[in-house]
Design a protein around this ligand. Structure first.
Ligand code: KG4
Ligand code: ZN
Length: 335
C-alpha cells in the first residue's frame, strides 16, 4: 500500500498568516488562518510594513494551533511547503524563515510553492483536476489565464498589463465610498442595480491579456462628470455597469482560450472567484461550450495555507525540493 504523504503548508504573502496540513494533496487535515483585514481597513488597503510585523507576531501561534488542531507533531509531517512568491517581500520572508527553520530542525524537505499554483491547486481539495485545463486566476494581485496539460505543467497564456481585477474592484469601490476591501460590497450593490452607465470593455484585442486601469479611470471620470453636471450617482447602477464590463472582458478571453486550446476543465481561483457576476457568466459560458467548471468553496478561494500544502504535494511529487538558500521573490512567473 502506498504511504500517505502529509504536507505542512505555510502562506504569508499578503495579509493572511496561515498554516495547514493536507494529506496526499487532496484531503484537508487542519487549517488555521489569521487575517489582518480589520487592521488594514482603516488605511484603505494593505500596509506592507504593518503586515510583516503582524506575520512575525502570528506565525508561531498559527503553526502551533494547526498542529494541535490536527493532533499531529512535526514528526508526522513529510515535507514543508512554503509560498516563496509572488507577494509582499517583507511578508513572504517571515513565512519563508519559519519554513526554513522547521526544515532545518526537523530535517524535512522544503518545497517552494508559487502563490498562483496554490490558488490553482485549491481545486484539488474539492475535485480532481482534468487536463487540458484552463485556470482563471482572479484576485487582488493577479488576473491570469494559465493552461495546464498535466500536473505541475503551467503555461501562462496571458495576464493583466496593469491593475489586477480585484485591485480594480477595490479602487472603484472606494470611488463610491465603500470600505476596504470593497470588491464584495460592490458585487452586492451590482446585484440590485441596472447597467445603465456606459463604460468601455477594456482590451478587446487578439491576445489573452487584460487591462483594468483604463476602466478604473473611466469610472472616476464618469463620476466627476456627473457630479459637475449636478447629477446624483446611482451607486447600484454604477456598480452593475462596472461589473458587467469587468466580467465581460474576462469572459471574452476565457471563451477564446477554451476554443483555441481545446480545454476540458475550467477552474476559477483567487478571491474574485467569489464574485456573483463572474460565477454566473462562467457557468453560462461553460454550459454553452460543454466544458466542466470548478470553482472552489470560498474558504479555499482567499489566501490560505491549505492550497499551498495541496500544491506542495504535487510539487513534491515533481521533485521540486529547495535547499536553505531558497529566497523569497516579490515577482516571479509561474513555471
Ligand atoms: O485571493 P485574495 O484573497 O488576495 C490575493 O491573493 O490578491 O483576493 C482578494 C481580492 C480583493 O481585491 C477583494 O476585493 C476581491 O478579492 N473580492 C471580490 C469579491 N470577493 C473578494 N471582488 C469582487 N467580488 C467579490 N465578491
Ligand atoms: Zn492570493
Amino acid at each position: 500500500m502506498k504511504k500517505d504523504i502529509y504536507i505542512l503548508g505555510i502562506e504569508s504573502s499578503c495579509d493572511e498568516t496561515s498554516v495547514a496540513i493536507v494529506k496526499n494533496g487532496t484531503e484537508e487535515i487542519a487549517t488555521v488562518i489569521s487575517s489582518q483585514i480589520d487592521i488594514h481597513k482603516e488605511y484603505g488597503g494593505v500596509v506592507p510594513e504593518i503586515a510583516s510585523r503582524h506575520h512575525v507576531k502570528n506565525i508561531t501561534i498559527v503553526l502551533e494551533e494547526c498542529l494541535e488542531k490536527a493532533k499531529m507533531t512535526m514528526d508526522d509531517i513529510d515535507a514543508i511547503a512554503i509560498t516563496y512568491g509572488p507577494g509582499l517581500i517583507g511578508s513572504l520572508l517571515i513565512g519563508l524563515e519559519a519554513a526554513k527553520t522547521l526544515s532545518f530542525i526537523y530535517n524535512k524537505p522544503l518545497i517552494p510553492v508559487h502563490h498562483i499554483a496554490g490558488h490553482i491547486y485549491a481545486n484539488s481539495l474539492v475535485k480532481e483536476l482534468k487536463f487540458p485545463l484552463l485556470a482563471v486566476v482572479v484576485s487582488g494581485g493577479h488576473t491570469e489565464l494559465i493552461e495546464m496539460n498535466d500536473h505541475y505543467k503551467f503555461k501562462k497564456l496571458g495576464g493583466t498589463l496593469d491593475d489586477a481585477i480585484g485591485e480594480c474592484y477595490d479602487k472603484v469601490a472606494r470611488v463610491i465610498d465603500l470600505e476596504y476591501p470593497g470588491g464584495p460590497k460592490l458585487d452586492k450593490l451590482a446585484s440590485v442595480g441596472k447597467p445603465t452607465y456606459k463604460l468601455p470593455i477594456p482590451l478587446q484585442d487578439d491576445s489573452y491579456n487584460f487591462s483594468f486601469s483604463g476602466l478604473k479611470s473611466a469610472v472616476i471620470n464618469l463620476v466627476h462628470n456627473e457630479e459637475q453636471r449636478g447629477n446624483e450617482i446611482i451607486k447600484e447602477d454604477l456598480a452593475a455597469s462596472f461589473q458587467k464590463v469587468a466580467v465581460e472582458s474576462i469572459i471574452n478571453k476565457v471563451r477564446k482560450a477554451i476554443v483555441e486550446k481545446n480545454i476540458k476543465n475550467v477552474i476559477v481561483a483567487g478571491g474574485v472567484a467569489a464574485n456573483n457576476g463572474l460565477r454566473t457568466a462562467m457557468q453560462e459560458l461553460t454550459n454553452e461550450l460543454g466544458v466542466e467548471l470548478s470553482i472552489p468553496p470560498m474558504k479555499y478561494c482567499t489566501d490560505n495555507g491549505t492550497m499551498i500544502a495541496a500544491a506542495g504535494y504535487y510539487a513534491y511529487l515533481d521533485g521540486r525540493v529547495a535547499d536553505l538558500n531558497l529566497n523569497s521573490k516579490s515577482q516571479d512567473t509561474l513555471k
